[in-house]
Design a binder for this molecule. Structure first.
Ligand code: AMP
Ligand code: GLY
Length: 423
């Protein structure tokens, strides 16, 4: 099979790293890719990022299967464009991708499907926002309706903060037009978990549960980021909780999408809050998580490319993939300034030493220059290591982290520490 992966971040490096190990993959391409991906795949320049442009790339490399990393191409309809041209792509249609593309769509969908989620109201102007806020106490959560790269959610601690956030979002100051409509919702308490499945529209393969770390600082302090690290551990949810997530959330979502004429294929990601009343959905994503993909791909067994192709055909074999039972930890190394504007062009040292300690170093924001590898984004590397237990995986990942250096580098020291209470 000739496989094309769309994207250029740490998630796409992890996906390519796993795909390159699949017996069914005869040629692997990534567009645009990155210097880390270039060690396992052929990188092909991207054009303007429209669905038609991705189709041209797939045509040029004659891809038998295309996998999309980020959400934007899916929300823009890349799957519909490929299907119309007879090219196989695994991922939801534009209509099904609304589960991530519009928070209002997602909330109204969950209500119709009976999927547990926070109580909510929709607001499209200041007066509606003020009225909606009366129905909630504090803290209260405000969300931009559209795609906002993780920056469209405000957890307001006071009524004044909430009103200010509503104005900032509605006026476009915070995230542009994505904030012109809002979801205002009840703040849920509990521990967060990421539950990701691969589905062909009916059957599902459930990946092992993972946890992301969104705030920049240790102990979940400071501003939110795209994710400062993630870990995969079979103990995050017990068997009862897993069944609840499948039966109350994942399967109803897939069945309702199909019943409403927008069958969902590809990766469905439920961001969960494990509350006293059971699991509730914070958000749906229509793609693999980043950085969840890094620990997941590090511990996945089976031919991923075959499974993806089968999902795209509507014939997923749930037993084709397996988790190897290990715990895996990914620590993100970020640039000075991140999550604000990052300092870039800084030389990176120590990746080989880190890998000699048993870790895989996934590239997220790097660039190859005449002077060697330099930083090229906010999140630079995802240092990923596995072991039979969580303490061992944490130790191995951080030992590798300490081998890497670039000026201004910062990272969280407590990735996966929440999970230690289960060991
Ligand atoms: P989202 O992009 O919807 O996942 O929101 C980003 C982050 O905001 C989540 O990972 C949570 O930490 C937080 N969040 C979102 N919705 C809620 C909620 N209803 N209650 C508490 N925290 C939330
Ligand atoms: N890790 C959060 C996300 O992929 O959206």
């Amino acid at each position: 099979m000739r496989v094309l992966v769309i994207g250029s971040g740490g998630r796409e490096h992890a996906l390519c790293w796993r795909l390159a190990r699949c017996p069914s993959v005869k040629a692997l391409f990534a567009s645009p890719g990155n210097p880390g991906i270039a060690s396992v795949a052929t990188c092909v320049p991207a054009g303007d990022g429209t669905p038609e442009d991705w189709l041209r790339v797939a045509d040029a490399v004659n891809a038998d299967l295309t996998l999309v990393g980020p959400e934007a191409p899916l929300v823009a309809g890349v799957a519909d464009c490929f299907r119309a041209a007879g090219r196989v792509l695994v991922g939801p249609s534009r209509q099904a991708a609304q589960l991530e593309g519009s928070k209002i769509f997602a909330k109204q969908f969950m209500k119709r499907a009976g999927i547990p989620t926070a109580e909510f109201r929709v607001a499209t102007d200041e007066a509606e926002a003020r009225e909606a806020l009366k129905h909630f106490g504090v803290p209260v959560v405000l969300k931009a309706d559209g795609l906002a790269a993780g920056k469209g959610v405000v957890v307001a601690r006071t009524r004044e903060q909430a009103e200010e956030a509503a104005l900032d979002l509605l006026s476009g100051r915070l995230v542009g037009p994505a904030g012109s409509r809002l979801v205002i919702e009840e703040c849920l308490q509990g521990e967060e978990a990421s539950f990701i499945v691969l589905t062909d529209g009916r059957r599902v393969f459930s990946f092992e549960c993972t946890q992301d770390h969104k705030p920049v600082g240790d102990g979940d302090t400071g501003p939110n980021t795209g994710g400062m690290g993630a870990y995969c551990d079979g103990r995050i949810l017990d068997a009862v909780e897993r069944r609840q997530v499948l039966e109350r959330i994942i399967l109803p979502a897939i069945e309702t999408m199909a019943a409403e004429g927008a069958p969902f294929t590809g990766f469905l990601y439920a961001g969960l809050m494990m509350t006293d009343e059971g699991p509730k959905v914070l958000e749906f994503n229509v793609r693999m998580g980043d950085p969840e993909a890094q620990p997941l791909m590090h511990t996945l067994e089976g031919d991923l490319a075959e499974a993806l192709a089968a999902a795209a055909r509507g014939a997923l074999d749930e037993s084709a993939l397996r988790w190897n039972g290990q715990c895996s930890v990914c620590v993100v190394l970020a640039s000075e300034g991140y999550p604000g504007p990052p300092r870039t062009g800084v030389p990176i040292a120590g990746i080989e030493q880190a890998e000699s300690l048993g870790a895989v170093v996934f590239h997220a924001g790097t660039r190859r220059t005449d002077q060697g590898l330099v930083t090229a984004g906010g999140r630079v590397l995802g240092v990923t290591a596995s072991a039979s237990d969580l303490p061992g995986a944490i130790e191995r990942a951080y030992a590798a982290v300490r081998a890497i250096h670039f000026e201004g580098m910062h990272y969280r020291r407590d990735i996966a520490h929440k999970g230690l209470k289960r060991w």
